[in-house]
Design a protein around this ligand. Structure first.
Ligand SMILES: Nc1ncnc2c1ncn2[C@@H]1O[C@H](COP(=O)(O)OP(=O)(O)OP(=O)(O)O)[C@@H](O)[C@H]1O
Length: 478
């Protein structure tokens, strides 16, 4: 059902005629204010006006499309939940851009935070995220309570970053370096470590901490400009003890926001406050950020989170499987750690899917079931082998020079490995025969065809040779 803000006034339930609805809305605003904090509430939520209610759907109106999209993405689910708790028959909250003549927002700027504020973590306030309460600064985006130091698995690739993060969490006033700059590829644990710092600081009390993504930083900054509250925004930011900004690369190309961040950064460092920043690259590689900002970012401790090793992937899988309570055989964990090497997020996603499947169907996790359930993920992770890799591995294995892959030498000890390499190129890549021929010293496609036939025949006749070729194939595929 779609409710438009249409011309049919009779279909509309004007707010002034619906006191109960207005009271519900005020209560919802009070709860939201308590949950998201004063600044966020004032920036985004006071701009919402009540629209019509029709059956199980209520419409809320926002002045611009930008605001509508932002409120939908950030608060859509929560608004639905809160409306449902007020009026159980309501199932949907529709967010629309207001048109001339639509009701104005209620004057709820002085809505007191509802008693829910003081309640313990509102576990249902954001999907999949359990916010940590009792944070002094309302600049804190909900911290995910799953991301703690206890649940972070430490190994060679991340031990340094972990140690630095711990240091900030334990002694925020005398860390000895500022900022802490965490960087590394996608899904390797940067956000996890930042949330862990936040959770630890909140637990220890007496420290105000602000965590937000660079994207959110920018939107808040823009919103502050729109609502003419930039001074307040700056003061809020500059009053925290620890400021953490995630995914700083988002600010590349956003010159005004960079400028604001730079000033905030300086003000906080000058005041002896701690900053933690994460990005996908080191400060020196973040081209697109202003030089002076890059220089300042690189002045503290720069900690790289490296790509995972097989051992770390196994440890992470073991920890996550144990926490799930589902028995996942070691063989399956090893298989996953071998196959999914891209990042921890994808590894975790694959394991979660297996666990969900096992729970749903009550079946044990086996290697066979894993291949079946994760068919699509595993396919996407199948390694793409290049002809150059094949040539290199085969040349090493048969102890010939790499250049002999393209040379005209016909001696058997050279020609045979070259044929094997052509055979493997045909088996493991999607290259055509002429393309393969070109990579082997501009040979004709019939030469490649002959090599493939010859190797196939030899493998049928000679078990030791077949084993050698199979070994090569496995090494290249792993
Ligand atoms: N060492 C680890 N131990 C346990 N879980 C981890 C570890 N590293 C990453 N994870 C998990 O992997 C997932 C992705 O991690 P996270 O979101 O922190 O990555 P990120 O580096 O911030 O990625 P992005 O660059 O996309 O923001 C999270 O669920 C996190 O808990």
């Amino acid at each position: 059902m779609t409710i438009g803000v249409d011309d049919d006034e009779s279909a509309f339930s004007p707010l002034e005629n619906n006191k109960g609805l207005a009271e519900s809305w005020l209560r919802i605003c009070g709860r939201l204010k308590g949950e998201v904090g004063e600044v966020e509430y004032r920036t985004w939520l006071t701009q919402i006006a009540l629209g019509p209610i029709d059956g199980d759907e209520i419409t809320l109106l926002l002045p611009t499309r930008f605001l509508r999209d932002w409120v939908r993405s950030q608060y859509g689910d929560r608004l639905s939940e809160l409306w449902h708790s007020e009026i159980p028959s309501l199932r949907r909250v529709e967010l629309q851009v207001a048109r001339p003549g639509d009701p104005a927002p209620l004057q709820v700027a002085d809505v007191a935070p509802a008693s829910v504020t003081a309640a313990p973590a509102t576990e249902d306030s954001t999907a999949g995220t359990k916010p940590v309460p009792e944070v002094r600064s309302d600049l804190v985006t909900a911290l995910d309570s799953r991301f703690t130091f206890e649940t972070f698995v430490v190994g060679k690739p991340n031990e340094f970053a972990y140690a630095c993060a711990r240091r900030v969490a334990e002694k925020p006033s005398s860390v000895g370096f500022n900022p802490l700059f965490l960087y590394g590829g996608v899904g390797l644990g940067k956000t996890h470590l930042m949330h862990a710092i936040g959770a630890e600081l909140v637990r220890s009390g007496n420290v105000s901490v602000a965590y937000m993504s660079a994207e959110k930083f920018m939107y808040r900054f823009i919103a502050a400009i729109r609502s003419q509250s930039t001074i307040e925004f700056k003061e809020q930011l500059r009053s925290v003890d620890v400021l953490m900004i995630d995914d700083l690369q988002f600010l590349i190309g956003k010159d005004n926001t960079q400028e604001e961040f730079f000033h905030t950064f300086n003000a906080l460092v000058d005041a002896g406050r701690q900053i933690v920043v994460s990005a996908d690259k080191s400060p020196s590689d973040l081209s697109g950020l202003e030089d002076r900002l890059r220089t300042r970012l690189g002045c503290g401790m720069v900690a790289d989170i490296h790509a995972t090793t097989f051992e770390l992937r196994i440890s992470i899988l073991e920890a996550k499987a144990a926490a799930s309570g589902v028995v996942v055989p070691g063989k399956v964990l090893e298989f996953l750690a071998h196959k999914i090497t891209s990042n921890v997020r994808e590894l975790e996603g694959a394991l979660n899917r297996l666990i969900a499947h096992a729970n749903l169907f009550g079946r044990p996790v086996t290697l066979e079931a894993t291949q079946d359930v994760l068919h699509d993920i595993l396919k996407a992770h199948d390694r793409r082998v290049t002809i150059e890799e094949i040539q290199k591995k085969v040349a090493e294995h048969w102890n010939i020079r790499l250049t002999d892959m393209s040379s005209a030498r016909r001696a058997r000890n050279v020609a045979r490995p070259r044929q094997v390499a052509m055979y493997l190129a045909k088996q493991l890549t999607s290259r055509s025969l002429p393309e393969i021929g070109r990579k082997f010293g501009n040979r004709d496609h019939t030469t490649v065809m002959h090599a493939v036939q010859r190797v196939t025949e030899l493998m049928e006749r000679d078990a030791a040779f077949a084993e050698d070729v199979e070994l090569m194939r496995r090494m290249l595929e792993s």
